[in-house]
Design a protein around this ligand. Structure first.
Ligand code: PEP
Length: 252
């Protein structure tokens, strides 16, 4: 039985003062929520603050990116090992904003995944199609290509314990959510790709949905059989909203 998992992606938002209020609110709000895993993925400079606020709670923390290298002369980069130093359990890999704005190819994403996995982090691997790709009917091909690049780098066994986040690019930060049926169809497709090689892996892999999830639409999405929680951008910046989304996951 897969446990629902809700992760916040704060993106490039926050300050020490704002984060304190947000983290305190999330800790207080989630204290009574059972049976759902929750985590926040914060900007690098705030990892220490997240660690300080969340250690000893059931809420995990992580980063939104990592280097595709282990160490060396890569100015400005942050390695998987450094994230481990700050107690990170999770790292988002291949978010569509990284792919689109920073030119991360499937191969770069696969490298990042490989080092995250090797360091013992749980990669939250983002896959998803653009609007043009959906309209051309190639959603499944795009998602399959993004997954295959990672499998090529780490093998099927390297997906064990990872989280996959299906995030249609057209739904991220746009207020346009995929319908539960649209999302379920892609989630079922992803699970079926895993099932072909490893039934147990397919059944245990958590597949989150991301794209304008809010308290108002979370329950419907999370009620679908292959949707195991969400990766939450905008709504994760408000403790009440994030907690309400976690409660919806608990109830579904
Ligand atoms: C995201 O950044 O991963 C995301 C899903 O953003 P939003 O919830 O704001 O659409």
């Amino acid at each position: 039985m897969r446990e629902k998992f809700v992760a916040g992606n704060w993106k490039m938002h926050g300050s020490l003062a704002e984060n304190k209020l947000l983290l305190d609110g999330v800790v207080a709000g989630l204290a009574a929520v059972r049976g759902v895993k929750a985590a926040v993925c914060v900007p690098y400079p705030y990892l220490f603050q997240a660690q300080h606020s969340l250690q000893g709670t059931s809420i995990g923390w992580g980063a939104q990116n990592l280097s595709e290298h282990v160490k060396g002369a890569y100015t400005g980069e942050v390695s998987a090992g450094m994230l481990k130093d700050f107690g990170c359990r999770y790292v988002i890999v291949g978010h569509s904003e990284r792919r689109a704005l920073y030119g991360e190819t499937d191969e770069v994403v696969a490298h990042k995944y490989k080092w995250a996995h090797a360091a013992g982090l749980v990669p939250i691997l983002c896959v998803g199609e653009s609007l043009a790709e959906r309209e051309s009917g190639v959603t499944e091909q795009v998602v399959a290509r993004q997954l295959d690049a990672v499998v090529h780098a780490v093998g099927m066994a390297g997906l064990k314990g990872a989280v996959i986040a299906y995030e249609p690019v057209w739904a991220i930060g746009t207020g346009k959510t995929a319908t539960p049926e649209q999302a379920q169809a892609v989630h079922a497709f992803i699970r079926s790709r895993l099932r072909v090689v490893d039934t147990a892996l397919a059944e245990e892999t958590v597949i989150q949905y991301g794209g304008s999830v809010k308290a108002a639409n979370a329950a419907e999405l999370f009620g679908m059989p292959d949707i195991d929680g969400g990766l939450i951008g905008g709504a994760s910046l408000h403790a009440d909203d994030f907690v309400a989304i976690c409660r919806a996951a608990q109830a579904s």
